[in-house]
Design a binder for this molecule. Structure first.
Ligand code: ADP
Length: 514
């Protein structure tokens, strides 16, 4: 090889040695092969290459570099190398090589041909670097990327399945569903919506909710609720809209809206569910009408029966034998009972139709209670009824309605505490309200029933259903108290009893008991 590019003091030998030491002190592995010799053997390797490969110089000289590839002969890099060498071209490639101890290392190989004066390739210089760490890092990266891609794929499929599942539900639901963005533009709608309103995609999607149809949802109250829904997270519950809709005419729709949240996403979407309750409401009205008509129909003959009974009582009451008298009295009690049931049903339908009439007057509340308690003591000798407290003031109210409330609460307290002997009534003044509580020490009411017992026909647990009743007394009582500007509520611990309390606004006048 020519070293005349490095003439040092004209001494070729010294130049060669200097060059050799320079190569030896390089931290990059360098080899030189002789292309003129058979099989292009290594004729030189520097110290860094010995370190890199683990082979001693004496084990390398004379061999073709390919032995470093071990058994991995079908690497693509090898083919590229062979081609470059046979064409006498330089090449940069990365090839898997094996150290003397069998350990794999990635060799970043730069091969350059050296040509003689005639332009024939006489030698190759191979500059080599162990890039195993970088390669491993790259491979790890690829592995990680593949793993992440796999995960993303699996997740996407899962989401797709979820989406299909949700779509299935959304399309099956018997309610019109709209998804709205924060500006209340319609993002999507289900089939049921299109069918209910006899509209199409283009009439709906991308449009403002208030612009739909003939402006049926352009209602100030609804707008306020929907606009506050996302900032406050308060859902819109059971908002009724009665409207003459295009294509479908006059309908009653029930609206419920909630913020949608799916795995922490889509937090700014609103799901609006629209239910056509026209038929349902009409059926309810028919049922109420039936109840009202039938109770009226029952009331008339019953009033006549009661009249005859009273007349009979006057005529023959005192002449009856003890046995016949007993039967006669029991008949009277059952007539009373039937009258109470019918009157409850009538009250209920009056409340439902908004026809509950209150004849308010100034009432001495202490006296009213004392009268009802006296009557109850006679009616229910099984229990001791204790009264604590006094109001000393009047309330403005309908006497017969308030008596009915008191009767309901006291008779319930007695009915639902069959194994106890005591009922406590407590009367007090709270702020400018009269407060009355009726406490029993009986069955009590489960938490989940406490809200519902004021609903029409709702009766709590199975045990309580063994007691006679229709589940309307509390409904009527609550409505009467509400119509008086008060509140009725219950506190109860199951198994320990219940306290029903109500408040009534106090009229200003004081009562003089003297
Ligand atoms: P009814 O007593 O005819 O069933 P109400 O409307 O008066 O109807 O009461 C509704 C339900 O509330 C009752 O069925 C019962 O389950 C429950 N309830 C009412 N009062 C009491 C009470 N004092 N203790 C326990 N449960 C009660």
């Amino acid at each position: 090889m020519k070293t005349d590019q490095f003439p040092i003091n004209g001494n070729e030998h010294a130049s060669f040695n200097l060059l050799k030491s320079a190569l030896d002190s390089s931290i990059t592995g360098i080899i030189i092969t002789d292309n003129n010799l058979p099989d292009n053997p290594i004729i030189y390797c520097n110290k860094a290459f010995e370190k890199l490969s683990g082979y001693h110089r004496s084990e390398l000289i004379g061999r073709n570099c390919r032995f470093l590839q071990g058994r991995e002969r079908d690497q693509k890099a090898r083919k590229d190398l062979r081609e470059a060498i046979s064409k006498g071209e330089s090449i940069v490639t990365e090839i898997r090589n094996y150290k003397r101890n069998g350990e794999l290392f990635w060799n970043e190989l730069h091969i350059s041909p050296i040509k003689d004066d005639a332009g024939i390739v006489s030698h190759f210089v191979g500059v080599q670097n162990d890039v195993t760490r970088r390669k491993n890092a790259e491979e790890n990266l690829i592995f990680e990327r593949n793993a992440v891609e796999q995960k993303v794929k699996a997740r996407t499929e899962e989401l797709k399945a979820n989406q299909e599942y949700l779509d299935g539900i959304v399309q099956t639901v018997r309610q019109g569903l709209l998804v709205l963005d924060p500006q209340l533009n319609v993002i999507s709608a289900n089939d049921f919506f299109f069918r209910t309103f006899k509209v199409e995609n283009r009439d709906t999607i991308g449009k403002k909710l208030y612009k739909l149809g003939n402006g049926q949802w352009d209602i100030v109250g609804l707008k306020v609720l929907l606009e506050q829904l996302l900032p406050t997270n308060n859902p819109v519950l059971d908002f009724e809209v009665e409207h003459d809709f295009p294509h479908i005419g006059k309908k009653l729709m029930l609206l419920n809206a909630h913020r949608i949240e799916l795995n922490g996403k889509y937090k700014d979407r609103i799901l609006l569910a629209i239910e056509d309750i026209t038929e349902y409401r009409a059926a309810e009205v028919r049922k109420d009408e039936f109840l009202s008509v039938s109770s009226h129909e029952l009331k008339t003959p019953l009033t006549t029966i009661k009249g005859y009974y009273q007349t009979l009582n006057k005529l023959i009451g005192k002449d009856l034998s003890p046995k016949a008298l007993n039967i006669f009295e029991k008949t009277g009690q059952q007539i009373e009972r039937l009258q109470r049931i019918i009157s409850d049903l009538l009250d209920m339908s009056r409340i439902e139709t908004g026809n509950l009439e209150l004849h308010k007057e100034s009432l001495d509340f202490d006296q009213l209670i004392s009268e009802v308690v006296t009557e109850s003591r006679n009616l229910f000798p099984s229990h001791q009824i204790l009264v604590q407290g006094k109001l000393g003031k009047t309330v403005l109210g309908d006497e017969s309605q308030l008596v009915q409330v008191l009767h309901n609460l006291i008779s319930n307290a007695i009915k639902y505490s069959p194994n106890e002997q005591k009922i406590s009534i407590h009367l007090s003044e709270v702020s400018n309200f009269a407060k009355l509580s009726v406490t029993d020490y009986g069955l009590g009411i489960a938490m989940e029933d406490q809200k519902r017992i004021f609903d029409r026909f709702y009766r709590a647990s199975d045990i309580q259903k063994h007691f006679p009743g229709m589940g309307v007394g509390l409904y009527i009582s609550e409505q009467i108290i509400l119509h008086h500007g008060g509140t009725l509520w219950v506190d109860s611990e199951p198994g320990k009893g219940a306290t029903f309390s109500f408040t009534l606004p106090i009229a200003t006048r004081k009562v003089n008991h003297e």
